[in-house]
Each structure stands twice: as structure tokens, then as C-alpha cells.
Design a binder for this molecule. Sequence first.
Ligand SMILES: CC(=O)SCCNC(=O)CCNC(=O)[C@H](O)C(C)(C)COP(=O)(O)OP(=O)(O)OC[C@H]1O[C@@H](n2cnc3c(N)ncnc32)[C@H](O)[C@@H]1OP(=O)(O)O
Ligand SMILES: O=CC(=O)O
Length: 661
Amino acid sequence: MKPPHIPAYRSFLSADLLAELWQEREQVQAVEGLRIAPGLRGKFPRIETDEALQFVCELYQEVRAELNTVLENRIADRAFIDRETLACVEKNQGTPYSSPDYQTVIGKKDDAGRIVVGPLPNNAQDLKEIDIPEFLRGDQVTLFGPPDTAKMSINAMNAFNRVGSDEPAIVTELAEAAGQVPRWGADNEDSKTPIMANFLQACENLMGCFDGTLRFEDPKNGKVYQLDDQGLSKPIKRIPGLALPDGNHLLDGNPLPLHLVDFALHLWHNRSRPEALVFYVPKLENEEEAAYLKHLIDCAERHMVAMASGYEFGTIKLFIVFENPRAIFRIREMAAVLHPHFLGGSLGWHDFLASVARLFRHDPNYRIPVKADPNIVINHIRESHKILVEALAPIGAIRIGGMYGVLYEEGNPLSYQVSMVGYIRDVTTQLKRGLNGFWVAHPAFVRIGLALVEAWRRGPESVEKLVRALVTDEGEARSLLKFVFSPDAEGLDSSDPRYCRSVLAATIEVSDVIANDDPEEVRYNIFQALQYICDWLCGNGCVALPATMKTSAGEPVFVRVMDDLATTERSRWELWAEVNHGRVSHELFESLLQEELGFLKAGNDSANKRIQVSWQGDAAKWYPVAAQILRQLVTDPEPVEFATELMLPFTLDTIRKSALE
Ligand SMILES: CC(=O)SCCNC(=O)CCNC(=O)[C@H](O)C(C)(C)COP(=O)(O)OP(=O)(O)OC[C@H]1O[C@@H](n2cnc3c(N)ncnc32)[C@H](O)[C@@H]1OP(=O)(O)O
Ligand SMILES: O=CC(=O)O
């Protein structure tokens, strides 16, 4: 038997499973050695053409050795991080967590002399000025969402024109006067269940967005969805991270890389539209990984130029999501490697905190900020935003903040108010830091976001007028305005020995919102993760889960919180740390898991605890699987790095069919 092309993929798809898949996949006559899941080509003949598949496979052959090196390095680097962290735990005996002498893996060198986590001593090399294409200049108010359905894609494209019936006049005035259109982060990553049909449908929907033909008639109510004539969002496609294989396209028995399949199919079909060739790249870790990406793009563009279609080198443009704790210290190096494709980057907090928690998993003193903390962006993502701006502003690159995900309940004024207060706090904080934009989860926040940026540009009078229109309670508005016009929270100076830890939000001893091991916090994380994983298994990678927040007077208010794979990874690493460092017993975890499963199964909502993902239909079959996956994620002493290592097989048709029988 031949060795696998990319052994790291075996942790997602076992050798036995791959052998089975290989037998049932259908041979593509035009491409030697390529087999595809039955039915896919028939369903998506426009996408899965012979020529496109030929291009995917040639590109893969050119880059696979380098990709393999990157993924093998990740494994070696994880092992180094874990070994060093355990050694630090020994050395730190008796040293308080807040002490400047407290040691971590940051700055430590491996046998090859590489600093695995942390800044390089000499990262001031000259960077070239970034040339932002005309169509991407301006404010970067970005709606995210999966392009899997035509309806959602059209709604995302038309977000600017979605004017609520009760939109305040000042929002209308500012949003229109801004002269900007939203961006749309067309997400093929954390808000999506990676079922191949979803990717191919998304590819087709995006083509329809670019050529203006996408249309949908909702069979439920006859409503027709089509693209507006003006004000359309600019789509930027987020491809999956490097770690994931694609079990649907197998070359000589090996799964192709999912990011490569998604990237190459999109490029192939949109090669004559430069506006379509802008991508968000998630979960990249350092300049070595950026070099792989550069190689992939160089090879891909060589093919494009050779086809003599007028294609120019450098057309592909990239935003990097600096959400990995290693990447945040290497922004300049990554920008340099990715020239001339690099446009800028974003930094949210969900994935960032989840991967920081993974990094520090063996340090029992490390505590992740709790999800309910309303000040995460303000207090914990402060230094990382500062680093992003300091690295990118001098070269004119675009810097984008993170996602605001607290949605209001329609028709509930208090819920609207609480959601707006959080939104305005996060947005104005990010604008104070010099960011050019941010992400939102739902179209209802797009025009308000554009209006906020325009008001900020105009000055305090406009900001106050807008805030008062959005937050009508006098007390709330007053304290919000005080916050908005105060300077940003103080951070640590970069000469402080704890600075790099503070960049990673790794300085918190106990959350002032709720302790991580409080049974209510544990219960919340279980309740959230069970519903999310179940919904993911059903095929919906993003869901708004019910939650309660408080007004500034302490009154509980019902809201909906955007949950995706990143927020669920955050929850499970928090649970893992509490259980594995012995602050929450296995028995307590298991009994809360059983109670939450019982609550979900009984389906009895209460006033302050509502169920979003009902135990019905397919979900009834997936809930027990979700519970087993969560148990494994939380209690395994050597947990998988990505939850998808356990979940990916459930995206494959054969396994889905037998699970649902
Ligand atoms: C941490 C990270 O990685 S962030 C990036 C990943 N996360 C995301 O991309 C978030 C994407 N957001 C979403 O998927 C959705 O907004 C959810 C799941 C959170 C909520 O969805 P729903 O509960 O269906 O929202 P709701 O019922 O309020 O939708 C109202 C309308 O807005 C539309 N809508 C809601 N969210 C979006 C969106 N993100 N893009 C486009 N349209 C949307 C719906 O299609 C619906 O349209 P309709 O009025 O024509 O029927
Ligand atoms: O990817 C974005 C995040 O907030 O995580």
C-alpha cells in the first residue's frame, strides 16, 4: 500500500473510511486517478466540469508537498508548545500568574532555532505600500454568512437596501450619505457544515451574484428574491482552513485539500472577473504557512496566464484572518510574504480565544474569558487590535475588527436596546483603535453599522444624535455616550514583560462575570454546544441561540446569539480546561450533560431558557451523536485539535444516510 500524500488528513478521515469511500466514488474519465462522490457531477454539471477538475488536480500536484510540510510542522509545533507549557508549569510553582516572572511558551525556540509562538526579534523589514483595488476602497462594514442558499446570498447582496419599517431617519440619512456599500463575507468556513453539495451550490450562487442572474422563488410563500439594481454588497469569499480534507474528491485514494478544491473551483469559474478573486483566508498561523499560500496562488495564476485569457499576475487578493495566537505576532512577516496579493486582515475574538485556549491548555492557571462577558472586545482584544493597526496602517492595508453577534428578538424593544448598546460599544471601540470596519452576523446591523462609521467621521454631534435614536432609554443612552466619548481602555505597555500574554488575553485569573467552573457557566456551555453541534450535523453550520443578557440596571433581557463553529470551539475548550484541570469533576460534567439532554428532549421552554434546535425530525437522530461528540471533546485527555476531526465523517453521504436510517 502506498503512503498517504498528506498523513495529517488521517485524523479527519481514517484509512479504513477512505478505502471504503474510494470503492464507492465514481471515476472521472477525463482526469486520471480522480474519483468523485456519486451524484455530485450530475447535480452540479456547471461547476464540476472536466476542465475545472483537471485544474484542481494539477494545482494539487504542484503544491501538495509544501502543504504536507506545513501540516506536519503544525503537528511538531503543537507537540513543542505542549512540552514547553508543561515545563513552564513546573518552573512556575510558587510564582503568581500575574507576576512578570511567570513563564509561558511565548518566545521559546525549538531545536531548529525557530520561535514557535511570539514575535520575531527583527520584524521591521520594509513592507511595500498596499495597492487597494478601486472596488474595495472605503469602509469595511462586512456582513458575514454562508452562500449555501440563493435566498441568503441574495439577502446578503441586497443588505444595503433592506430598510426596516421603523428605521430612524438619522440612520437613513447617514447610511445613504456615506456613499459606501457593505462587504459580504461569503463564508465557506465556520458558519457552514462542510457538506460538498453546500460548497458546490455556494459556488454556483456566487457565480450568479457576480453575473447578476441569481434569482429564487420561495416555494413556501411565493416570494421572489432577485438582485437589486444598485447598492449591492461586494462579496469576499472565505475559503476553509488548511487543515481540512475533502472526502468527496479523491485522487489515487487520497482526499484533496478542501481549501484547494474550494479556491480552485471558484477561481476557475470566475477567472475573468477580478472583483470575484478576493478571498478571506482563515486560521493561517505564520509566515511559513503564508509562503505555502503564496506558492498556491503563484501556481494557480501561472495556469490562468497560460490560458491566455488576458489574466494578469497579482489579480488574486487576500484578507488574512489573524485569529491564531501565532499569527497575531507575525502580521508583518505574513504581509511581506503575500505581496502583492495581501490587502489586509481581520481579527475577531471567537476563534482567537478558542485557539489561545488550545495553546495554553496544559497551564491550569489559564482561563479563557467567558462568552457572556460584554467587554471582550473592549478589554481582552485590545492589544491584538493595536498590533493589527500598528502593522497595517503604515502600509495602507485594510484592518478589520471582529463580529458582533448579539441579535435582538424582533418586536422586543428591550432586546433591541441591549443589542444596540453592545453593538455601539464594540463598533466605536474598534473605530477608536483605527480599524476600517468590522463584521456583523445579520443584515439588520448593516445600515446601522454604515451609519455609525459615517457619524464617527462627522464627529460627536452626529454620533450623539445617532446613539440617541437607537437607544431611547435616557439612562442607557447617557452611560453609553459617556463610554463612547471616553478614551479606549488602557492596555499594557509593549515593554511590560506580560505584554505578549496580554495580546493573547492570557492574563485573566478569574472572570468578573462568572467563574469558568461555576456550574451555571458549565451548563450554559453544554446547552449551547449540544444545540450547535446537533444543528451542524443537520447541515446548518450557523444558528442564533437564545440567551439572556442584562440591561445596565441589571434587568434580564432575552436576545439571540450567533453561534458558529468558532464559538462552539471556544465553549468546548473552556469546558475541557475546567474538567481536565480538575475544577469540574467528570461526574458533574456528565450529570449536567444528562440534565441538558433531558431538557432539550422534553422541549419545555421556560421564560429564561429557550430551545432553538428542537429534538424533532433529523435533529432527534443527531442529538445523541452530538452528545457523544461533546463528551469526547471535553473529557478526552488528548482532545482533537479541531472539533471537525470528529465531525467531518458525518458530512459524507453514506455516513449521513446510515445515521438517519
Ligand atoms: C466567528 C466567525 O467566524 S463569524 C463568521 C461566521 N458567522 C456568520 O457568518 C454569521 C451568519 N449569520 C447567520 O447565519 C444568521 O444570521 C443566523 C443563523 C445567526 C440567524 O439566522 P436567522 O435566525 O435565520 O435570522 P432571521 O430569521 O432573523 O433572518 C431574517 C432574514 O434575514 C436573512 N438573514 C439573516 N442572516 C443573514 C446573513 N448573515 N446573510 C444574509 N441574510 C441573512 C434571512 O435569510 C431572513 O431573510 P427573509 O426575511 O428574506 O426570510
Ligand atoms: O473568525 C472570526 C472570529 O471572530 O472568530
